[in-house]
Ligand binder design. Structure first.
Ligand SMILES: Cc1cc2nc3c(=O)[nH]c(=O)nc-3n(C[C@H](O)[C@H](O)[C@H](O)COP(=O)(O)O)c2cc1C
Length: 656
C-alpha cells in the first residue's frame, strides 16, 4: 500500500517539463512532444494523400503529439526516392495535402510539411533521369556518378523549395521542415564530404551553407517571416571526412542568421540506417544517444533545438527538456509503437505505453524493387499504419474465450478480446507470462522484450483478463469453461540435431538463456540465426570464447539488426563459420562439412544448439469437436518472429 502511494504520488510532477507548451516561430505547441518525419509508405501508390495516410497521422495527433512533421515530401521530380513519396512540386497536390493538414488540426495538433530533395539518393528508376548532386562524385549505392548541378540549376532548386513551401502554406500547414539531415541534397552541399564546387555554393563553411541559407530566405520571401521553417541537420555525419559537431555548430549559427526558426538535430547518413546505427539506431544503441549533439548546437543558437534518437522513455524525454539539453523531443519509432505516448504521459498511464524496443523488424521500410515503400508498422503494435481498418470495437456478442499460452501472441489476443467485451481466461504453464519473448529478453540490449511483456500484462489486467499462471491447460480445464472460442498459442519447442556424438555436452541455447544450465568456457554454437548470434552476444561478456557454425551461406538472415550484431560479434573475436554443416560431434568439438571439404573443430567444452524451433500444439486435436471455435496462432502455428505472433494475436482478436 505504502509503495503504491509513493509511485502514484510522484507521477504528476515527473513529466511537467515535456508537457509544457512551447513555440517554434510564432506557432504555439501544446507540449514538447514531436512526431518526426518518417517515410511511412502509407500514402497512395502515386504519392498522394489517401485515407490510410490520414488515419495514421490522425492517430498520432489524437494521441497528443504537439507537432506532427510529415514524412519526406518531394519538391522536385528529380529528387524523388520512392514512387509513393509524398509530393509538393505541383499545385495539383495541394488538395490532398490540405486534407491531411485539416485532419491533423481537427485533433488539436500542429503540422509541418517536410520538404525533401534526395540529390544523389534519388532513384533514377523513378525519376527517369540521371541523379544530380552538388558535385560529380562516384556513388556506389545508386551505382552512379551523379551529374553536378550547374549554378543556375542550383538557383532553380532553391526556387522549387520556396514554391513547395508556399504550397504547404496554401494547404494550411503551420510551417515546413527542410530535410537537411541524413546525407540528402542539403548536406550534399553543406558537407566537405560531398561538395567540391568552386562556385558560390562550395568552398568555405559560409559558401557550403549558402544553398541552405538561400532556401530559407526564399521561403521567407514567398511565405512571409511569420511562416516557420525548421532545418533538420546531422550534428555529426559519422563518416570520415564528413561534418562533425565543431562545424555543424557554426552552420547552425549561419542558418539562424538566415532566418530559420528551429533546428532538428539528428546524425548520420542513410547508408548507416540500421547498420552503424546513427540515423536510425537499433536496440544496440543506448537511449538518447545523440542528444549531446543537440545540446552542443543549442549553445551556439538562440532558436529552439529539437533532439531525436532512441528517446523511448518518458523520464528521459522530460529530463532532456528540463535540463536544457534540447527544447523539444522527437519520438520517431516510439510514436509508431504508441501513437498515444504523450496522452498516456499526461494522464500518468506510463505502464500502458507500448514501448519501442528498437527491434526494427516492422518499422523500417525501404522502397521495394517496384519503388514502392511498404507501409511502416510496429512489431509490438500491429495497428500502426492500418488505423483505418484495424480497430478495437465492441463485439456484437460477448463470448467466453479461453487462451492457452501466455506468450506475446496469447497476451495480445487476450487483452484485445477483453477490451472488446469478451470474457477471457488465459492459461500459462510457467510462473510468468511472456513465453519465448522472455527468453529473447535475456541477451544484452534486449531488456525491451521484458518491457513489452510487462506492457501486454498491464493491458490484460486493465481489461480484466483472468490470467492463470503455473497452470498447464488440458482438455478438461478448457472444456470446463464451456468456451465459445479457444485460442491456442502454445508456442514452439527447440529442434534437436540428430547426429552421432562421441561425448561432448550438447544443450539447447534457449535452456542456457533461461538459466537452466550453466554455460562452459569454450563454446561451439550450432546455428547462426538470431538465437545463435544472441547466444554468443550473451556469452561474450562472461569471458567465454565462442565459435558459431551456420550451414547457410550467410548468418543472421532476415533481420536488419543482425548486421549490427554480426559486426559487434566479429569485433569481439567470435568466429562465425558459414556454409559449415555439423556431421558429428566429437569429445571436444565437431566434424563439419564445408564446400572445401571436411574440417574438424576442437577445443570446446560445450555445444549449444540454436538450430530453430518447431510448433508445439498438443491440444488442437483433442479439442476438435468439443468446442465451437478453435484458433491456432503464433509459433504454435508456425515458428516465426515476435512481430508475426503479435500481429496474428491482434488480427484474430479484432474479429473474434
Ligand atoms: C520508417 C522510417 C522512415 C523515416 N523516414 C524519414 C524521413 O522521411 N525524413 C526524415 O527526416 N527522417 C526519417 N526517418 C528518421 C526519423 O525521423 C528519426 O530521426 C529516426 O527514426 C530516429 O528516431 P527514433 O530513434 O526516435 O526512431 C525515418 C525513420 C523511420 C523509422
Amino acid at each position: 500500500m505504502i509503495q503504491k502511494q509513493v509511485i502514484d504520488g510522484g507521477m504528476q510532477e515527473m513529466f511537467e517539463s515535456v508537457l509544457k507548451k512551447g513555440k517554434i516561430g510564432n506557432v504555439e505547441l501544446k507540449n514538447r512532444f514531436i512526431m518526426p518525419a518518417m517515410g511511412s509508405g502509407h500514402s497512395e501508390r502515386d504519392g498522394t494523400v489517401g485515407d490510410e495516410a490520414i488515419g495514421y497521422y490522425v492517430a498520432r495527433a489524437r494521441g497528443g503529439f504537439g507537432l506532427i512533421i510529415t514524412e519526406y515530401t518531394g519538391v522536385d521530380q528529380l529528387g524523388m526516392g520512392a514512387r509513393n513519396e509524398l509530393k509538393s512540386y505541383s499545385d495539383e497536390y495541394i488538395p490532398g495535402l490540405k486534407r491531411l493538414a485539416d485532419a491533423v488540426h481537427a485533433e488539436g495538433a500542429k503540422i509541418f510539411l517536410q520538404l525533401h530533395h534526395g540529390g544523389k539518393w534519388a532513384d533514377p528508376n523513378i525519376t527517369g533521369q540521371a541523379t544530380v548532386s552538388s558535385s560529380a562524385i562516384a556513388f556506389h549505392v545508386r551505382d552512379c556518378i551523379p551529374r553536378e548541378l550547374t549554378t543556375q540549376e542550383v538557383y532553380d532548386v532553391i526556387e522549387k523549395f520556396g514554391d513547395a513551401a508556399l504550397r504547404a502554406k496554401k494547404a494550411g500547414y503551420d510551417g515546413v521542415e527542410l530535410h537537411g539531415g541524413h546525407g540528402y541534397l542539403f548536406p550534399q552541399f553543406m558537407s566537405a564530404y560531398s561538395n567540391r564546387r568552386i562556385d558560390e555554393f562550395g568552398g568555405d563553411i559560409v559558401s557550403r551553407s549558402r544553398f541552405s541559407t538561400c532556401v530559407i530566405e526564399n521561403i521567407k520571401q514567398k511565405c512571409g517571416d511569420d511562416f516557420p521553417v525548421i532545418m533538420r541537420m546531422s550534428g555529426d555525419e559519422t563518416v570520415d571526412g564528413g561534418m562533425k559537431i565543431n562545424e555543424t555548430r557554426v552552420m547552425a549559427e549561419l542558418l539562424e542568421k538566415a532566418g530559420v526558426d528551429a533546428l532538428n538535430v539528428t546524425a548520420g547518413m542513410p547508408a548507416t540506417y540500421g547498420d552503424k546505427g546513427y540515423s536510425l539506431a537499433s536496440n544496440r544503441t543506448h537511449m538518447g544517444f545523440i542528444a549531446y549533439l543537440a545540446e552542443e548546437i543549442k549553445k551556439s543558437v538562440g532558436i529552439p533545438v529539437i533532439t531525436v534518437g532512441r528517446i523511448t522513455d518518458p523520464a528521459m524525454a522530460d529530463s532532456i527538456v528540463r535540463d536544457g539539453i534540447a527544447d523539444f523531443v522527437a519520438l520517431g519509432r516510439a510514436s509508431l509503437a504508441d501513437p498515444e505516448f504523450p496522452n498516456k504521459v499526461l494522464e500518468g498511464r506510463i505502464d500502458e505505453i507500448c514501448p519501442c524496443i528498437g527491434c526494427m523488424s516492422r518499422c523500417l521500410t525501404g522502397p521495394g524493387p517496384d519503388g514502392i515503400s511498404p507501409g511502416a508498422s510496429c512489431a509490438l503494435n500491429p495497428f500502426t499504419g492500418y488505423e483505418t481498418h484495424m480497430k478495437i470495437e465492441p463485439a456484437s456478442k460477448s463470448k467466453t474465450i479461453v487462451v492457452v499460452g501466455g506468450g506475446v501472441a496469447g497476451l495480445e489476443a487476450a487483452w484485445i478480446s477483453a477490451a472488446r467485451g469478451h470474457k477471457v481466461t488465459l492459461y500459462e504453464k510457467n510462473s510468468r507470462p511472456g513465453g519465448q519473448t522472455y527468453t529473447a529478453s535475456i541477451p544484452p540490449h534486449k531488456q525491451g522484450f521484458a518491457h513489452a511483456i510487462k506492457y501486454y500484462q498491464t493491458m490484460c489486467k486493465k481489461h480484466g483478463v483472468d490470467i492463470r499462471l503455473d497452470t498447464e491447460a488440458n482438455m478438461d480445464i478448457v472444456v470446463s469453461h464451456a468456451p465459445d472460442a479457444v485460442i491456442l498459442c502454445t508456442g514452439a519447442t527447440p529442434t534437436g540435431l540428430q547426429v552421432p556424438n562421441d561425448g561432448i555436452t550438447v544443450a539447447q541455447a534457449v535452456d542456457m538463456l533461461n538459466g537452466k544450465i550453466i554455460p562452459g568456457k569454450n563454446i561451439l554454437v550450432v546455428g547462426g540465426g538470431l538465437v545463435g548470434l544472441e547466444t554468443a552476444d550473451f556469452l561474450l561478456p562472461q569471458m567465454a570464447s565462442v565459435t558459431i557454425v551456420e550451414m547457410l551461406e550467410q548468418a543472421g538472415e532476415g533481420l536488419l539488426t543482425n548486421f549490427a550484431l554480426i559486426r559487434a560479434l566479429g569485433k569481439s573475436g567470435v568466429n562465425i563459420m558459414t556454409s559449415t554443416k555439423v556431421e558429428r560431434f566429437t569429445k571436444d568439438g565437431a566434424v563439419c562439412s564445408t564446400p572445401e571439404g571436411e574440417i574438424t573443430l576442437s577445443g570446446y567444452d560445450m555445444v549449444l544448439l540454436a538450430t530453430g524451433s518447431k510448433p508445439y500444439n498438443p491440444l488442437e486435436k483433442e479439442l476438435l469437436g468439443k468446442v465451437p471455435e478453435i484458433h491456432v496462432i503464433g509459433d504454435a502455428k508456425e515458428a516465426r518472429l515476435v512481430k508475426d505472433a503479435v500481429a496474428e494475436g491482434a488480427e484474430l482478436a479484432i474479429r473474434i
